[in-house]
Structures are given as C-alpha cells and as structure tokens.
Design a protein around this ligand. Structure first.
Ligand code: FE
Ligand code: FE
Ligand code: ZN
Length: 304
C-alpha cells in the first residue's frame, strides 16, 4: 500500500523562559498540530534567555512521542531586525547571527526573516543592504539553520512583496544555498497576487525563484482586498481569500512536504483558534460558526 504523507500543519506557539521548547511542543500538541513555529523570545525585543539544553532534550522526546517532525519546526526572527536600513545594519547583523546560533542550539532547521523596510532610502539601496547584511551573517555563522525570507504585504516601505525583489536579494547572496523562501498567503494577497488562480502564482514563483526554495508557508486569510498592502490576518475562511483557495494551497501536490503555519488572530483577542482551524482544514469543510465554536470550547474549559 502506498504510504500517505501526513499533512504538516501547525501554528505559531509560545516559547517561555522556564519550560522553553517544552511549552511550545505542549501547546502544539494541544492543537493536534504536526509542526509549529515559535519566537525564541518576545518578537518585538532583543531580550533572550539562555537556552536550557535539559528542556530542549525533553522537548525533542515529546515531539518524537507525538509525531511532530523536528525538521519541520520553524523559528521566526524578531521584527526589530531590519537589514534594509544601513543605519541599523550592525545591530541587525549581530542579532540575526545570535538568533541563528540559538536555532542551532535548539536543533531547528529554519529561521523565517522579514527582509526589511528601506525607510525612505529607496528599494535599490534597501535590497543592496539586505544582501550585504545576510552575507556578513553567513560569513561568520556556519551552523545548519537556513534563513527563509518571507514574502511581505508591501506595507510602508517593506521590501519583498514580489518575487522579483526576493530574487534580486537571493542573487546577491554568496551562500545562496543557505537562504530560502517562506510564503505568506495573507501577504501574497495584500501584495496583489490572485490566490484564486494559485497555479498561475506558483508558475510565476517557479520561473522567477524556483519552487525548491520554498521551505515554509504561512497560512492566513486576509481582512483586506487583494493589492491593499495592509497585512492584517483573518481566520481561515473568514477573509477575502476564502476557504477553498486556502484549502487548495494547503493540499497542493507540489507543496505537500512543506510545513504550513497558521498565524491567524485569536478570537476576541483571547482564544487561540488553531485547534479548531486545523480540524476544519483536515475535514476540508468550512464551519460558518467556527468562531462561536472556539469561544464555547474555551469557556467550557475555563468553567471546568
Ligand atoms: Fe512573519
Ligand atoms: Fe507570516
Ligand atoms: Zn503578516
């Protein structure tokens, strides 16, 4: 019998000071996830606690027992790294390098990075600065963790909202085999890509960058219209992309081995939607009352 590939799906989860990766794995398990993504500290600041190898070993064991493939787990770099701004490049380079070292210590293969915002200095200079920054990092970091440049919505002066810009960055990187791409469906929509015609988008991506470069996909619906350059995520099936186009991406034959990560908003700012969203995706049937179901589920647990 042919072996069926397990869908690699999860969400972003917490990583805390004390339990560290164990807390992340436990949260992922509670959602029925087969992978997950985490920040090694708060996404907005540089405060990082030392990695506790005891917790990491415990987390690895927990992953193994629960069918989570360590090689599909994703780390997200903090937002404050902006390699496109030359005034801040030294900080960005040193922090990115430290973050990669932490990923190595944690045994993680992929680190997602926002390419950066040129903050008025212009796209060309921004792209050149990003290349320079990544080259500096990879000259001194020799671990196995790969940097994944995320496709952006094109909010403000963000670089990387189309495949050509990402290709330009990649072409200037000396160690380009250590840099890949992370797609984000909300960002693609907001950047102007029509996800209801996804095969066309994939074709373009393959021609410009190459599908083999894609190592992670963030699965989010969008609160805004195509080409809005806004970047506000919506729950699966509740936004302008819609359930069926997202489902087609998640189960696409050409993307089947790539981890898919939900970064959709909590319901009422309080309840994580991931367990129910993952179930709905696996059922392949949209739940109009999903948000109510989530609120009910967590209220019941709070009462218990
Ligand atoms: Fe991101
Ligand atoms: Fe994302
Ligand atoms: Zn986003």
């Amino acid at each position: 019998m042919e072996q069926q590939n397990k869908l690699l799906i999860g969400s972003h989860v917490t990583f805390n000071k004390k339990e560290q990766l164990v807390a992340s794995v436990e949260e992922a398990i509670s959602y029925g996830a087969t992978t997950f993504m985490f920040y090694t500290g708060a996404p907005q600041n540089t405060q990082r606690t030392e990695i506790d190898d005891f917790q990491t070993i415990k987390a690895m064991k927990l992953m193994k027992e629960n069918g989570i493939d360590q090689n599909a787990v994703i780390v997200h770099a903090p937002y404050i790294i902006n390699l496109a701004n030359r005034d801040n490049l030294d900080f960005g380079v040193s922090f990115l390098k430290e973050e990669l070292e932490r990923c190595s210590m944690l045994g993680m293969k992929y680190l997602v990075l926002h390419p950066g915002s040129h903050v008025g200095k212009g796209k060309e200079e921004g792209i050149a600065t990003i290349r320079k920054g990544i080259n500096q990092v990879l000259e001194t970091y020799h671990g196995n963790t790969m940097i994944l440049l995320e496709t952006m919505a094109g909010k403000g002066s963000e670089i990387g909202s189309n495949f050509l810009e990402l290709k330009e960055i990649l072409e200037g990187i000396t160690y380009s085999n250590r840099v890949g791409i992370c797609l984000d469906t909300c960002h693609l929509n907001d950047a102007g890509y029509d996800l209801t015609n996804f095969d066309q988008v994939l074709k373009e991506l393959d021609q410009i960058i190459g599908l083999d470069k894609v190592k992670c996909i963030h699965i989010n619906d969008s609160k805004n219209e195509i080409n809005s350059h806004k970047d506000r995520h919506e729950n699966i099936g509740f936004g302008t992309i819609g359930f069926d186009p997202l489902l087609k991406i998640i189960f696409h034959e050409k993307l089947k081995d790539i981890p898919k990560i939900l970064e959709t908003p909590y319901i009422d700012g309080e309840f994580p939607p991931y367990k129910q969203e993952i179930e709905m995706i696996q059922e392949k049937k949209f739940h109009e009352n999903l948000k109510e179901e989530i609120v009910k589920y967590y209220q019941k647990r709070l009462q218990a």
